[in-house]
Design a protein around this ligand. Sequence first.
Ligand code: GRG
Length: 406
Amino acid sequence: MRMVVHMAGSSSTQGLTAVVAAPGTSVSQSSGKITCGLAAAVPMRSESRPLSSLRFICGRQVAGVSFGPAPGLLAKSKTGAVAALSPFVVNTAQVVEEVEKLSREKVEESHKFDLKDFMIAKAKVVNLALDKAVPLQHPVKIREAMRYSLLAGGKRVRPALCLAACELVGGDEETAMPAACAVEMIHTMSLIHDDLPCMDNDDLRRGQPTNHKVYGEDTAVLAGDALLSFSFEHIARETTGVPADRVLRVISFLGKAVGSEGLVAGQIVDIASEGDSSVDLETLEYVHIHKTAALLEASVVIGAIIGGGNEEEIDRLGQYARYVGLLFQVVDDILDVTKSSAELGKTAGKDLLADKATYPKLLGLERSKEFAQNLTVKAKEQLSIFDQLKAAPLLGLADYIANRQN
Ligand code: GRG
C-alpha cells in the first residue's frame, strides 16, 4: 500500500491545503500545479486540526510531506488542485480519518516488515565481520575451534540488539560493529563452556556437535578463553571515531556483565541450585537476570554508549534489555518443554530431565506464557521516549524474542 501526501502551506494553518492520494496512486507537483489520479484535495480549516498534530498524523513515513513556506506556489496549487479534484472531496474530517488509518497501518506494517529485513541484514554483516575478525592462522587448531562455534550459525540476537541500540540513538552500524562482534564472541564462549561435561554436558549446539565433541575438552576450554579475551581486545583495537572515555565505559560495562557479578554469578547459582527442590522464583529470577539478561543488557547498553546516547536513553534502553533478557529465558524454558531437539538445534527436555527449576515448573505453562506476555509489554513501554518508527527494530525484537520458535 502506498500513500503520498503533499502539503503546501505556511507555518500557520490558515489556507493550508492537503492533497491526499488514495492508496496506489501518486501525486506530482510541477510548475505550481498539483496533478494526481484518484485523490482528494481539501482545504484544512484552522479550527479543525493544528498543523503540528497533522504533521504527527502523517508521520515521518509519508513521502513528500513539505511544510515549506511557498505562498506563490500555494495559491496556484490550491486553486488547481481543488478545482480539479473537488468531486472527490467529501469533508475534512473524513480525509483526516483516512490519513490516520493509513498512517496507523503503515506504522504497524513497518514494525513487522522492517524487523525481518533488519534481522537478515544484520546477521549477514555480522557474520562477515566475525569471519574477518577471527581468520584461520597459526596455531590452526585453536583458531579452527574458535571459528567452528563462532560461525556455526546462531540467530545473532545480541549483535542485532547492539547495532539497533546504537542506531536508535543516532550512531551508525560500522562504529558499533566491533562491539556487536564482541558480544557474539562472548555469547559463543559461554555456550562452549556451558556445554562442557563439567557444566551442562551437552552434545548438540546450533544443530552441530558441541565444540568439545569435535575438538576435545582441552581445546574447547581454550577456545572459550581465547574468544573471551579477544572480544575485549577487539573492541579496544577496532572501535574508531568514538572518544576514548566512551570506549573505556563500554569495556568496563561489558566486563562487569560477564564476570562474577554477571554471567558467571548466574551460572554458579544455577549450578548450586541443581537438584535443590526448594529453589523459588526469586532465585530463578536471579539466575536468569545474571546468566542470560546481563549479556543482552550489555549488548544494548554498549550499543547506546557507542552511538552517543544520553543518560536517560542509556538508562531506558538498559531497562528495556533487562525485561527482554528475562523474557528470553522464560521463553527458553517454555521451548525446552514444548519443542523437539530437531526444532531447537540443541537437546530438548533437558531441564525436565535434570529436575531443574524453570518457569513452567514453578508457574505452570500457561502462567509462564502470561508472564512472558507481561515482560514483552513492559520492555516495549521503556521505549516510549523514542520516536516509535526509529524504535521499530527494538520493538520488533521484543516481539521476535517473545515469539521465537528455537
Ligand atoms: C562468560 C566468563 C564467562 C563464563 C561463562 C557458562 C557460563 C559462564 C554461563 C552460561 C551462560 C549461558 C549458556 C546462558 C544461556 C543463554 C541462552 C539462553 C542461550 C541461547 O541463546 P540463543 O537462543 O542461541 O541466542 P543462538 O544459538 O541463537 O545464538
